[in-house]
Ligand binder design. Structure first.
Ligand SMILES: [Zn+2]
Length: 108
């Protein structure tokens, strides 16, 4: 018998937007948008996590839509919340990355 294959799936905390990759057995795949209660190290408590499956693909899938388009779409509220939260997070992390590149950190 071969070893069971696992794949990595991205889950996002719906409170703070942190993304955590988790391993899943391929036989137990959950759909995108699956909600799971997980401990979030950022919130330091158990929160609802939204299953993105693949963060980059998820972002790309909605990249042609504006925030307003998403709010007006027929998606369920949790999915809308997840898309907007993830976008905001990505924007913020891009900003902080470029800040780090421009400026040599002076404190440890
Ligand atoms: Zn969190």
């Amino acid at each position: 018998m071969s070893k069971e294959l696992t794949i990595v799936s991205d889950l996002m905390c719906l409170d703070c937007g942190s993304v955590f990759p988790i391993r899943r057995k391929t036989l137990h795949q959950k759909k995108e948008g699956h909600i799971k209660d997980l401990y979030c190290p950022t919130c330091k408590t158990e929160t609802k996590h939204f299953e993105l499956k693949d963060k980059d693909k998820f972002l790309w899938k909605y990249s042609h839509l504006t925030d307003e388009d998403i709010l007006n779409s027929k998606k369920d509220e949790t999915t809308k919340q997840a898309i907007l939260l993830l976008r905001k997070r990505e924007l913020e992390s891009e900003k902080s990355r470029s800040r780090v590149l421009k400026k040599i950190p002076s404190k440890g």
